[in-house]
Design a protein around this ligand. Structure first.
Ligand SMILES: [Zn+2]
Length: 248
């Protein structure tokens, strides 16, 4: 029969490992989701970019129509001005012509700006498309790698659980019952190494008698936090060293 303290140490190793694996497994779908969200956002940005270009084309067309209409209007006003019968009508038309010409200049500037923007955006479009494609390919690779990694971790988790159960099965019925109750409340933190006289989990000192019991790998629970205690790696080494010195 393996001594309980040695079993507890193995159990803690496996249960901590199982917990870490579970955490890693749980993170993977979140990572995949984050990639999907990123691609969706990029796709939307690209679509907005294309829509903006389309709108720009419509705007340019509308302004060109308006430019033509305004020019026709100036020609008509000038004709009316030439045919004006009195000075008052002549002056009024003159003001209207000046205002219309100012409007033409404004529309002309706007057309120029819109065309410049259209040219710049059209030139940038292939690069935008390239970036989106690259990001999609990258996301697909990440998803594939993550999915493979998840299967790998799940296999490791299953293996670890088998080892954990095997260790638990080594405990006596009485110890197992106590252990199960503590596991219910503390999960993978149900056990704690003892460093010197201190429970590593709750930092409380145990009595010298308890320390000696832990050193003899007996079934001992911390009186402060209730966790089951086992000798830490460090303590084991110290004991081994002092034994070697004693024998030498
Ligand atoms: Zn404790």
């Amino acid at each position: 029969m393996t001594q309980p303290g040695l079993i507890l140490k193995e159990i803690h190793k496996h249960s901590k490992h199982a917990f870490e694996l579970q955490e890693q497994i749980a993170r993977i779908p979140r990572q995949i989701k984050a990639q999907k969200t990123r691609i969706e956002r990029m796709e939307k940005e690209f679509k907005d970019f294309q829509d903006h270009l389309k709108k720009l084309k419509v705007t340019i067309h509308e302004k060109e129509v308006s430019f033509k209409e305004l020019n026709t209007r100036v020609a008509k006003l000038q004709k009316q001005q030439n045919e004006a019968s009195d000075n008052k009508a002549y002056d009024a038309l003159k003001i209207e012509i000046t205002n219309t010409k100012a409007e033409i200049a404004k529309v002309e500037d706007e057309i120029f700006l819109s065309i410049t923007e259209q040219e710049e955006k059209t030139a940038a479009l292939p690069e935008q498309e390239k970036q989106l494609k690259a990001a999609k390919a990258e996301a697909a690779t990440i998803e594939k790698t993550s999915t493979d990694r998840k299967s790998e971790l799940e296999a490791q988790f299953a293996e670890t659980m088998v080892m954990l159960k095997a260790e638990e099965a080594k405990l006596s019925a009485e110890h197992l019952g106590k252990y199960m109750r503590i596991v219910q409340s503390f999960k993978h933190e149900a056990l704690s190494p003892l460093e010197g006289k201190t429970c590593a989990a709750c930092a409380t000192e145990v009595t010298s008698q308890m320390m000696n019991e832990v050193r003899s790998h007996l079934f001992v629970a911390c009186k402060s936090c209730n966790r089951l205690l086992y000798l830490s790696e460090n303590e084991e080494r110290v004991i081994r060293q002092s034994q070697a010195e004693y024998e030498a």
